[in-house]
Design a protein around this ligand. Structure first.
Ligand code: PLP
Length: 442
């Protein structure tokens, strides 16, 4: 028996429902990405422009997923569209080097402080796999420290500590050390007990795009400790790169890691990834001429679509716009407006919770009374569990879609969100909160 919110969702989206019936015979759960699984069904979209996307039933939806974080310029930015159109007539794959890859690499080096050298990939998952492999090859050590819940793509090494670990060999666990973040004494203890640690990898603003924040002083402590112990520090800036600031979280905090992984905004809305960092680490790909070293230490790396011309032109265009125009400032100010608006709404409706987050990555947490400084908001495990209650949050997500907003409890802002979009979103939240109250979910 559907809830009232679910029934309204079904009534408003008959054409998406039809497509779901076909797709579920074709794809697991009918979708092509775990994060798109949705009960009773996922929406199907036809097109998008700026901050909005449109579904197959003709509904306009304000989009806060923003291409899973890749679209800080909003959907179909005209400069990116024309760069892609122009390049497509010149070739999408030249099976060789192009000026474009040099220009794209230079942009990365200009913007990202840790980037002495760059290697392109097709996704963030690949970039993270490569960064870990490079750190291991470079140090000759095996273990890698990662932090609880930090996401680094879906490869075996970094996903064995979550749900859905079918097919990952148990031996992987012996090569990874998973610890809670924000306590340097825990890291120190691990390093005192292990002399085989190659790297520490983390999302520099915290797990789930900053939902479980990292305290900036911990980043500095981590930098100091890894330097002292000669361990490679990897910032996974797949989400935060070019977003938290033009130069990513590392510029924002003034802390330079040894290696950085990038994707999402890097590709200007097309697939792209990169690992950047200390030249001598990235150079682990270069043959040395010594057969023993080339066989056992060098990293072989191919990839059909590495630095492909289409992703390169989209990426160059996006990064140039970021470099020359106040793109980050605009997205950040909309993030601030949304955050204040949500906190005001919670207070007005006497709903326990808070909105927090850094710059253009905002999170809403419901169900817990919370003192929140509105940028970095730390919670106990118990409160975190309450605030991420999956039944309530799934109903909220559907209620918001019914009201024309795709966010759930996480917002990834773009520079095309305008004040009116934020205000429309807040109105939708007010109505969605009422829907939840009426159903007894709030
Ligand atoms: C922090 C982080 N690292 C890595 C990845 C994986 O990137 P991709 O989806 O491009 O493989 C993601 C994807 O959301 C991410 O959020």
């Amino acid at each position: 028996m559907p809830t009232d919110i679910e029934q309204q969702f079904i009534d408003l989206h008959p054409n998406s429902r039809l497509r779901h019936e076909t797709a579920k015979e074709m794809f697991p759960n009918g979708v092509t990405h775990d994060a798109r699984r949705q009960h009773p069904f996922q929406l199907y979209y036809t097109h998008a422009q700026g901050p909005n996307k449109y579904d197959v039933d003709g509904n306009k939806i304000i989009d806060f997923w923003s291409g899973h974080g890749s679209l800080i310029l909003g959907h179909s930015h005209p400069d990116i569209v024309s760069a892609i159109q122009n390049q497509i007539t010149k070739g999408t794959h030249l099976s060789g080097s192009t000026d474009l890859e040099i220009e794209w690499g230079q942009m990365v080096m200009d913007l990202i402080p840790s980037a002495e050298k760059v290697r392109f990939h097709s996704s963030g998952t690949e970039a993270d796999m490569m960064a870990i492999r490079m750190a291991r090859a470079y140090t000759g050590r095996k273990k890698v420290i990662k932090f609880k819940d930090h996401f680094h793509g879906w490869s075996d090494y970094v996903s064995f500590d979550g749900d859905g670990i079918g097919g990952i060999p148990n031996e992987i666990a012996e090569t990874m050390i998973v610890i809670p973040p924000n306590d340097i004494s825990v890291v120190q203890k691990v390093l005192d007990e292990n002399d085989d640690v190659a790297a520490v990898i983390l999302e520099p603003t915290g797990a789930h795009m900053g939902l479980n924040p990292i305290i900036p002083s911990f980043l500095q402590e981590l930098r100091d400790l890894t330097l002292q112990k000669n361990i490679v520090l990897i910032f996974d800036e797949v989400v935060t790169g070019f977003r938290i600031s033009k130069g990513g979280a590392q510029s924002h905090y003034g802390i330079t890691p040894d290696m950085t992984t990038l994707a999402k905004i890097l590709g200007g809305g097309l697939p792209g990834g990169a690992v950047a960092g200390k030249a001598e680490i990235i150079n682990m790909i270069e043959p040395s001429g010594d057969p023993e070293w080339d066989r056992n230490r060098r990293i072989a790396h191919n990839g059909t679509f590495n630095a492909n011309p289409l992703s390169a032109v989209a990426g160059i265009t996006a990064l140039k716009l970021l470099q020359n125009e106040p793109i980050n400032d605009k997205a950040n100010s909309m993030g601030q407006r949304l955050k204040s608006g949500l906190n005001g709404l919670l207070a007005k409706l006497e709903i326990p919770g808070c909105a927090s987050g850094i710059n253009s990555l905002i999170h809403l947490r419901l169900g817990v009374e919370h003192e929140c400084d509105r940028e970095i908001c730390l919670m106990t495990d118990r409160d975190m569990k309450i605030s991420t209650d999956s039944i309530r949050n799934a109903q909220l997500n559907l209620a918001l879609l019914n009201r024309g907003v795709h966010s759930g409890t996480r917002f990834i802002l773009s520079a095309t969100h305008e004040e009116e979009d934020i205000d429309e979103t807040l109105d939708a939240f007010e109505l969605a909160f009422m829907d939840l109250k009426n159903q007894g979910n709030l």
